[in-house]
Design a protein around this ligand. Structure first.
Ligand SMILES: *[C@@H]1O[C@H](CO)[C@@H](O)[C@H](O)[C@H]1NC(C)=O
Ligand SMILES: *[C@@H]1O[C@H](CO)[C@@H](O)[C@H](O)[C@H]1NC(C)=O
Ligand SMILES: *[C@@H]1O[C@H](CO)[C@@H](O)[C@H](O)[C@H]1NC(C)=O
Ligand SMILES: *[C@@H]1O[C@H](CO)[C@@H](O)[C@H](O)[C@H]1NC(C)=O
Length: 327
């Protein structure tokens, strides 16, 4: 009973105190604030000046913006390098991670997605890369709902090299498998056909995109073209995105020792990609020394024969013949 009374009393006291503070603020607080401002008119006018100056000089406001384009595929096809190379462009910003919003984190909502984006000006466009999107019809439907006009980019790769790269990746991770004979494992019942299908059948995923979006909203490029001539390929994508072409010929340099292109680290545009260069070393291929498994010519022929129907159908449907060796 006593505690009950006490708590009633304390609630009333609390209320009276709050009312008191409110009245104090109402009658004394605000004039005091004005006084403070009067005391420092210089500071005030400086603040106003600088905000005006920003408007006058046209310094654009930077804030987090949702993507206008997505790199939606494919795994093990050079999408990280593509993202890095696009980020060199002054009008492109990209988050440093794969956000996996439309497939894995959709329930977190668009505001969460926006918060994952880097700050950008209204002139820049944000591109997010999650190569898993293209594999999921559900994710693609969500992307369509998000923005039916969004630009989509997919990078694909010669199925033979993709398959070998996947195996090398696997080998690097699971050392216990490293000593096992690659071919012996590969020809377990149905395994070979399944592996080849997974690495070659880009078309069924591309057709998921075509079932929702107009075909000209998806650009399909090949890792081999990026490797042979990054500048031309990046320029094609910039034009697809409607961005000005600002890349000069010396943005990428061919490294004779490595045998492929790297970002020119002394180029004025380089600072924008410095943090991505940690990921890819600024070069087409990583330097981690992963070696492709020893592959017999016979096995390569088998992969080529098994994957040929997928490749031919793809080239036919998208009306592009990529310059892939073996095909
Ligand atoms: C080319 O690559 C090698 C090996 O990583 C490196 O030592 C060298 O500095 C590179 N050359 C240029 C011009 O970037
Ligand atoms: C790298 O970029 C700088 C600045 O544009 C240029 O002077 C230099 O020649 C470029 N390096 C190469 C190897 O093209
Ligand atoms: C790049 O990696 C090095 C260490 O590997 C780290 O010290 C540095 O902070 C990284 N830079 C960025 C921009 O992530
Ligand atoms: C196709 O690629 C090979 C190297 O793999 C190259 O020698 C040839 O010039 C390329 N052809 C075209 C038309 O780009």
């Amino acid at each position: 009973m006593i505690t009950g009374k006490f708590s009633k009393v304390s609630v009333i006291c609390g209320f009276v105190l709050l009312l008191g503070f409110f009245l104090l603020y109402r009658f004394y607080g605000s004039p005091k604030i004005n006084e403070v401002l009067k005391v420092s008119p210089v500071i005030m006018s400086k603040a106003i000046d600088s905000s005006r100056r920003n408007k006058v000089s046209g310094l654009p406001e930077k804030r987090r913006r949702l993507p206008k384009a997505l790199i939606i595929g494919f795994n093990k096809c050079g999408s990280s390098t593509l993202r890095t190379f696009l980020t060199i462009h002054p009008d492109v910003v990209t988050p440093s991670q794969e956000i996996r919003f439309f497939n894995d984190h959709y329930s977190k909502g668009l505001e969460w997605y926006r918060r994952q984006m880097p700050r950008s000006t209204s002139r820049q466009i944000t591109i997010e890369k999650t190569p898993g999107y293209i594999k999921s019809l559900k994710a693609l439907k969500r992307i369509y709902k998000f923005d039916p006009n969004i630009k989509l980019i997919a990078i694909i790769r010669n199925p033979v090299t993709r398959l070998l790269s996947k195996f090398a990746h696997f080998q690097a991770r699971k050392s216990s498998y490293a000593n096992m004979n690659f071919e012996k494992r590969l020809f377990r019942k149905g395994y070979f056909e399944e592996r080849v299908r997974k690495s070659s059948d880009y078309l069924s995923k591309v057709q998921l995109v075509y079932s929702l979006f107009p075909e000209d909203q998806l650009i399909i490029v090949s890792e081999e073209d990026l490797e042979a001539d990054p500048l031309s390929l990046i320029r094609r994508i910039l034009s697809f995105l409607g961005l000005r072409s600002t890349f000069s010929d010396d943005v990428f340099v061919f490294n004779e020792t490595k045998g492929f292109f790297c970002v020119n680290k002394t180029h004025p545009l380089f600072p924008s990609v410095r943090r991505f260069v940690n990921e890819t070393n600024g070069c087409m291929k990583d330097d981690k020394g992963r070696k492709h498994a020893e592959i017999s010519q016979d096995l390569i022929s088998k992969i080529v024969e098994e994957s040929r129907p997928y490749v031919e159908k793809l080239f036919h449907v998208i009306s592009v013949n990529f310059n892939w060796s073996y095909y």
